[in-house]
Design a protein around this ligand. Structure first.
Ligand code: AMP
Length: 284
């Protein structure tokens, strides 16, 4: 059973003791409603560290939409049960006041072009809020290694950039996306899909995957149109953006010759939750 902590002081007391014993600390920040994708990060952290901390905190400052925050699934008891099986030692479930004791002051950091595209463009303020909470959690946990999913590709790039800019002593590790058998990327928001939306949702990954074979014969623009049309064959799915970007700069590419490997990133609106996903294409 992971030991649950609600306060910074109690968690830090346990971690200080572990550090004195020479233990390496691995950290997995989450917003809870855990699924196998989260658990794969925890399993990797357990392989590579002596102590694994998982935080469960639905961070209000990264939601740019009040109803999204309100509807976000919360199930701490089920989460703790899952953490037990995954090899987590400490579960950190802080209150909002514990994380933001001086009010919800945002981290003053400029991510430049990285935060101006895709999620940054469509969810204004999201990355400032996310970086603020991750920085605060890093300060509390002070892990050697922290694990993030590539499912949130832009988030991972921004966290790595923050660590570089602030020279934080943490090694940020990106982990592969876990999918359902039908290809849908696992996400806490999937449980908010209605049965018809859930049935349509695998078109997102399938649509993105069909593009790989078109790459030698079509322009970037034409491939984007093909993918969007494929996904929108379902009236339940509306593509908010589909961008094919340089994986380092996250800026959209114009020609396939620009990079050997590109990242295709998508956000899809349903009448219910908004879904994001991404895949890699090889251009040569
Ligand atoms: P969240 O609870 O959605 O904030 O996610 C917590 C961490 O789990 C983030 O680093 C996510 O990128 C990662 N994650 C979410 N879904 C998946 C997935 N399907 N596969 C792997 N990692 C994931």
């Amino acid at each position: 059973m992971p030991i649950p902590f609600a306060t910074v002081i109690d968690l830090q007391a346990a971690l200080n003791k572990d550090r004195i014993d020479g233990k390496k600390i691995g950290f997995v920040p989450t917003m809870g409603a855990l699924h196998a994708g989260h658990l794969s990060l925890i399993a990797r952290a357990a392989e590579e560290n002596d102590v694994v901390v998982c935080s469960i905190f639905v961070n209000p400052t990264q939601f740019n939409n009040a109803s999204d925050l309100e509807k976000y699934p919360r199930m701490p008891d089920a989460d703790i049960h899952l953490l037990k099986q995954a090899g987590c030692d400490y579960a950190f479930l802080p209150s909002v006041d514990e994380i933001y004791p001086n009010g919800k002051q945002l981290l003053d950091i400029d991510f430049g072009a990285l935060e101006k595209v895709m999620e940054g463009e469509f969810r204004p303020g999201h990355f400032k809020g996310m970086a603020t909470v991750v920085n605060r959690l890093f300060e509390i946990v002070n892990p050697e290694k922290a694990y993030f999913g590539k499912k949130d590709f832009q988030q991972l790039a921004i966290v790595k950039n923050m660590v570089k800019q602030l020279r934080l002593p943490v090694n940020v590790i990106g982990c592969d996306t876990l999918r359902q058998d039908d290809g849908l990327a696992m996400s806490s928001r999937n449980m908010l899909l209605t049965p018809p939306q859930r049935k349509a949702a695998p078109l997102i990954y399938k649509g993105m995957m069909t593009a790989q074979e078109f790459i030698p014969f079509h322009t970037v623009e034409a491939v984007k149109e093909l993918v969007i049309r494929y996904i929108q064959q379902s009236p339940l799915l509306k593509v908010e953006y589909f961008e094919i970007v340089n994986p380092e700069t996250l800026q959209p590419i114009q020609n396939w010759s620009e990079c050997k490997e590109v990242q295709a990133c998508i956000a899809v609106l349903t009448e219910g939750p908004r879904l994001i996903d991404n895949v890699t294409y090889f251009t040569i």
